[in-house]
Design a protein around this ligand. Structure first.
Ligand SMILES: CC(C)(COP(=O)(O)OP(=O)(O)OC[C@H]1O[C@@H](n2cnc3c(N)ncnc32)[C@H](O)[C@@H]1OP(=O)(O)O)[C@@H](O)C(=O)NCCC(=O)NCCS
Length: 186
C-alpha cells in the first residue's frame, strides 16, 4: 500500500514538473502546432494507426504497404479542395495526431457539411489538447467555407464517447439519429 502511495506521489510530482518545465499551469492543454498534412506525413500517420491497433488489415500487412497507401490517399486529398487533413505537432516537432474532414455539398442545406472521418491522437499524447485543437482547426475551416455543420460518427463503446469528448468540444449528440452502413464485398 505504501509503495502504491509512493508511486502515486511520484507520478503527481512528475506531472507537475513536466507542466512547470513546459511553462504551463498543471492541467492546461499543451500548445500544439496544427497544420495541413503533407504527403511526407504518411509515415507518422501510419505509426499512429498501427499503434492504435483497431484495424486488423493494418496489423497484417507490411508497414511499407500502409505507408504507401496513406501517402497515396494524402496526395489525392491534397489535389482536391473537398478534403482537409490536419496533423498536430508537439513542441518537439513530432506528429502526435491527425484528423480528416470531407466537405460535402449537401443539397438541402444552405452551406456544405463537413464530415469528420478520422481523428486519432497517439496514446502517449492524449489528454493534452491535440484532439480539441484539431477539431478547432476543422471548425475554423468550416466557417471559412460557409458550412452549415460538422458531423462525426462516434461509437458508444469508445472511451471518447464515454468521456464526452465531443460534447466537451461543443458538439451536440443527436439521440434521434441512427447510423446505417451497407457492407460491400471488395
Ligand atoms: C478522442 C481523442 C481524439 C481525443 O484527443 P485528445 O488529444 O486525447 O483530447 P484532448 O486532450 O483535446 O481533450 C481532452 C478530452 O479528450 C478525452 N480523452 C482524453 N484522453 C482520452 C483517451 N485516452 N481516450 C479517449 N478520450 C480521451 C476526454 O474527453 C478528455 O476530457 P477530460 O480530460 O475532461 O476527460 C483521442 O483520445 C483519441 O485518439 N482516442 C482514440 C481514437 C478515438 O476514439 N477517436 C475518435 C473517433 S470518433
Amino acid at each position: 500500500m505504501n509503495n502504491l502511495r509512493r508511486l502515486f506521489a511520484l507520478s503527481v510530482a512528475y506531472l507537475t514538473l513536466a507542466d512547470f518545465y513546459q511553462n504551463r499551469a498543471p492541467g492546461t492543454p499543451m500548445k500544439m502546432q496544427i497544420r495541413e498534412a503533407q504527403t511526407s506525413d504518411a509515415n507518422s500517420i501510419t505509426c499512429i494507426l498501427r499503434e492504435l491497433g483497431w484495424f486488423d488489415h493494418l496489423s497484417s500487412e507490411a508497414v511499407e504497404t500502409t505507408q504507401q497507401r496513406i501517402a497515396s490517399h494524402l496526395r489525392l486529398c491534397r489535389a482536391d479542395s473537398s478534403h482537409s487533413v490536419y496533423v498536430a505537432e508537439n513542441s518537439a516537432g513530432d506528429v502526435v495526431g491527425y484528423g480528416a474532414v470531407h466537405w460535402m455539398p449537401t443539397l438541402f442545406l444552405a452551406g456544405p457539411e463537413g464530415y469528420v472521418s478520422e481523428l486519432f491522437v497517439k496514446e502517449s499524447a492524449r489528454g493534452q489538447g491535440a484532439g480539441t485543437q484539431l477539431l478547432e482547426a476543422m471548425a475554423a475551416e468550416a466557417s471559412k467555407r460557409g458550412c452549415s455543420r460538422l458531423v462525426v460518427l462516434n461509437l458508444r463503446n469508445r472511451e471518447s464517447y464515454q468521456r464526452d469528448f465531443y460534447k466537451k468540444c461543443g458538439w451536440e449528440e443527436r439521440p434521434s439519429a441512427v447510423n446505417f452502413i451497407r457492407r460491400l464485398s471488395s
